[in-house]
Design a protein around this ligand. Sequence first.
Ligand code: FCB
Length: 454
Amino acid sequence: MPTDTPKPFPTDFVWGAATASYQVEGAAREDGRGESVWDRFAATPGKVRNGESGEIACDFYHRYRDDVALMRELGIDAFRFSIAWPRVLPEGRGTVNPAGLDFYDRLVDELLAHGIEPFATLFHWDTPQALEDAGGWPARATAEAFAEYAEAVVGRLGDRVRYWMTHNEPWVHAWIGHAWGEHAPGRTSEADAVAAAHHLLLAHGWAAAAIRRAAPDAEVGIALNLAHAYPSSASPEDEAAAWQVDGEGNRWFLDPLFRGSYPADLRERNELVAPFVRDGDLDAISAPLDFLGVNNYFRFIVSADGGRPSVVRDSEAQHTDMGWEVYPDGLYRLLMRVTADYAPPAIYVTENGAAFGDVRVHDGRVHDPERTAYLETYIDAVSRAVAEGAPVKGYFVWSMLDNFEWAHGYSKRFGIVYVDFPTLDRVPKDSFYWYRDHIAGLRRVSPRAPVTSG
Ligand code: FCB
């Protein structure tokens, strides 16, 4: 008999790994792919560390077969990837580029041939540049274009891909890309960010309907970046400050999706969004979802600083190479809270992981005990939430591969597989083997049927 301690993960729990198109694919000019806002932003001096870009990235576009073989070795049930809109519609709207869709067709077939369920995200921030030039996400027309794009993709892949996410982290794209200027498209206007966020949500609602029309058996969700906000003390001021941070980051997306309204306590934000909200928008946004994707990396500790919320750092705590606090209990609390307040029918942890300064040493291996400890403790936090009733159905490590970490270029390594960027060699890190053994150990305790849906 196996000696492993059974963890309260259901036998059909999905273990996976995640990537995103611009971060791994490369092949930026091949097979008719159009320009994306990230190509333009990365080519703008001073925007990305060392002037790096996703032009080659991990060359996943050409090496996906080898990478799927690694996934097979890892033993994952599912792979989360995103589709590059400018491969499918180089100008954002209009004529579909079949060669762009062919790539995802091949990838999906390769995954299925290896018993790995595809989890596809339609938008992970690589808007076609032509749409940005026409007004971008602050313009409502971009949401219309997104619904057309969703229809084209699902029309082609929906017979084999069952799990769809419309967007990845709309907060990040709206605020970091449109208010803070640190991500593409590099805008610096709070009003643009609020409009972009509304149109991203609207695009989600319209695309969800388009997915269901094209593939009635689809499981439809969205991946949000969520982080539990802890007050730095029990004072009413700090509690109120934490609630405000929660509102701006979490509830601004969760409330419209699950309750059909923006949170009323964020008065200034509501005034900014009001001109963009039309009758019916919130009904479209709040159409029932099959699952919520939760991306989580850290928590917030918030104190009231002269009336404004200020995020503070626990200097005693461990922090990753991103400066993000390692705090697994934050994921447990987040999952319990989302379950209690919004009752999603299912939750997938669609991203969780850590960057550390990994090096390949003289034995040719990459020893990353901090990442293994991170994954172990965060997965344990997920298991506690599952045991207490959170409907978590799966967990995806960010990331399968070291990749282009946006404005940080290649300097932040999140992979469980090391990528030697000059040669593009892949080296599974120690955490890869830990994750492989973790999954295999659970399977020994409770074998599962193949995930692949009919
Ligand atoms: C998330 C993104 C993902 C990656 C990780 C580290 O915000 O969705 O692309 O950059 O952070």
